[in-house]
Design a protein around this ligand. Structure first.
Ligand SMILES: Nc1ncnc2c1ncn2[C@@H]1O[C@H](COP(=O)(O)OP(=O)(O)OP(=O)(O)O)[C@@H](O)[C@H]1O
Ligand SMILES: [Mg+2]
Length: 252
């Protein structure tokens, strides 16, 4: 089982969007996938309630109010069959909660938006994260995802400097597009939307998926079809995880 956590103390940077997209990706590739929502706002769980019944199943557990009468570890156990756990986290995490979350993850993705306010917030967050993880960072993989990038401005360059300063790889750059809110409103991930609408996004996700697959072995199962898409998936399908070139350099 591999646990991928999407974490950043800054609110609104894309934690839920990235968590739900990843849950769709892995469930659509036949991985037994669980989505845990540690955020009292429960946005991921609400999204899951909207998920059409014919889409690949994603299991969930109420991580905010776990079952009483058992240990917390037991209550949060997603089952022995689970292959990939995606954890969506709240904003404002710090102190013991941050250290506890850090310990639960195998891979941590940190979404960051290219703005000075976000950089200031993430700098403090990363300093704290690195303190908790001082002795453990070698066993964990941490990567930054630049999110809602419109154009590669000076502000975006600062993201690269931030990543360099903390020696955390910048894994992927995702554009600002309403595709994400459309997917969110329909219980889908953009990897399940009509291919013609998301081709740019598919390409942008590929380095991130490749990086994750360095620890989550590929499956041979073909991906399930998308909305309004009756075509067979091919090796051109950039969500298929087959063409893995660029991200290999990011292995840590
Ligand atoms: N790449 C993107 N392009 C356009 N809109 C986006 C993108 N990523 C996220 N959004 C939108 O930004 C808003 C905040 O995203 P999201 O809820 O995923 O952030 P969050 O980090 O989970 O927020 P919170 O800290 O409140 O839980 C949502 O309306 C979402 O649809
Ligand atoms: Mg959220």
């Amino acid at each position: 089982m591999h646990t991928i956590m999407v974490l950043n103390a800054k609110g609104g940077c894309g934690k839920t969007t990235i968590s739900t997209t990843l849950a769709c990706y892995f469930s659509g590739r036949d991985y037994n996938t669980a989505l845990l929502d540690y955020d009292p706002q429960q946005s991921s769980r609400r999204w899951l309630e909207l998920r059409p019944a014919d889409r690949p199943k994603i299991t969930t557990i109420d991580a905010v109010r776990p079952r009483s009468g058992v240990t917390r570890t037991f209550a949060l156990h997603t089952g022995n069959q689970t292959e990939v756990v995606i954890i969506d986290t709240p904003s404002g995490v710090t102190g013991n909660q941050l250290s506890d979350l850090f310990n639960r993850a195998d891979t941590i993705l940190i979404p960051v938006m290219p703005s000075i306010i976000d950089y200031q917030a993430v700098e403090l967050f990363l300093k704290e994260l690195m303190r908790y993880g001082k002795h453990k960072t070698m066993t964990k993989r941490i990567g930054i995802v630049a999110n809602r990038v419109r154009i590669r401005t000076k502000s975006y360059m600062a993201m690269e400097q931030l990543a360099q300063f903390f020696q955390i790889p910048l894994i992927a750059t995702l554009r600002d597009t309403q595709n994400y809110s459309i997917a969110m409103e329909s219980g889908l991930g953009i990897c399940e939307m009509q291919r013609s609408l998301t081709s740019k996004d598919d390409k942008q996700w590929q380095p991130l998926l490749d990086w994750l697959h360095l620890k989550v072995p590929h499956k041979q199962t073909p991906p399930v079809s998308r909305e309004n898409d009756n075509s067979e998936s091919t090796s051109q399908d950039s969500w298929s995880g087959i063409a893995r070139q660029s991200a290999l350099q990011f292995n840590r």
